[in-house]
Design a binder for this molecule. Structure first.
Ligand code: HEM
Ligand code: HEM
Length: 185
């Protein structure tokens, strides 16, 4: 019997793929920088540099998340290959939404912690952006706890996401090719 071959798997747009990989690199650097900058015994100048990279990198990640969500409305994800079971469609959608949500929680709580504590965000201060958050130690402490706890949720989601991606890579089921290479292909 003649079988009809599957149509080739569809890719995310170039813009989506570039945004995904630039964000991934930034997030995977921002997390260890955040952890290292709080270590005891660091030289003051090193710590200052890591704080500057972390705070401003976090603001750029936030801008990238907003750009990704806006672009997603213009260019929605292509349908998954027909071989992928329904529960995996739902799990992927839920996982992706949770990743976006936790990135927003991390960026906003980090920003509030810094501004409510009266500290600078160099990149935004340089362009004269309003701080938007009142000075308040209580608010700064609350935002610090949110930032500290939410990071565990974000890291857990990233581990599951990358684990699922590796599983699809091994199975060669066409899912990895939706997001790789970052451009063209
Ligand atoms: C998605 C973006 C972000 C991620 C993934 C992230 C991640 C982290 C991590 C892993 C830590 C270490 C927490 C610990 O070890 O207790 C941390 C600490 C910190 N982050 Fe972020 N961060 C992000 C955005 C931001 C932003 C936008 C700011 C400020 C503008 C910021 C300010 C801080 C500060 C001040 C700390 C130290 C908190 C403390 O004193 O305990 N972060 N962040
Ligand atoms: C910090 C790291 C990462 C974050 C936050 C992240 C986040 C996301 C998000 C939100 C999507 C959904 C895009 C959309 O539909 O709007 C996505 C798709 C995808 N990501 Fe990541 N990603 C990260 C790292 C990685 C890595 C390291 C890999 C591979 C090893 C990967 C593989 C994929 C694949 C294969 C898809 C397409 C899934 C599908 O078509 O359903 N991601 N990622």
């Amino acid at each position: 019997m003649r079988t009809i071959p599957d149509s080739p798997p569809l890719r995310y747009s170039n813009t989506t793929r570039v945004l995904h990989w630039v964000s991934a690199i930034m997030i995977l650097s921002t997390i260890p920088i955040g952890a290292i900058m709080l270590r005891e015994g660091l030289e003051r100048s090193t710590q200052d540099l890591l704080f500057i990279l972390h705070k401003n990198g976090g603001v750029i990640i936030f801008a990238l998340v907003l750009a990704r969500l806006a672009w997603r409305l213009v260019s929605p994800p292509p349908p998954l290959p027909a071989s992928i079971p329904d529960w995996q469609h739902r799990a992927a959608r839920l996982g992706h939404m949770a990743l976006y949500a936790m990135l927003v929680v991390m960026s906003v709580s980090g920003y509030v912690r810094v501004r409510a504590g009266g500290f600078p965000v160099e990149m935004l201060d340089a362009i004269g952006a309003p701080t938007l958050v009142p000075r308040s130690e209580a608010l700064a402490d609350f935002a610090q706890s949110v930032h500290g706890y939410a990071r565990f949720v974000l890291v857990a989601l990233i581990v599951v996401h990358v684990g699922a991606a590796l599983m699809h890579m091994v199975r060669r089921d066409g899912v990895m090719r939706r997001i790789w290479p970052p451009v063209g292909g």
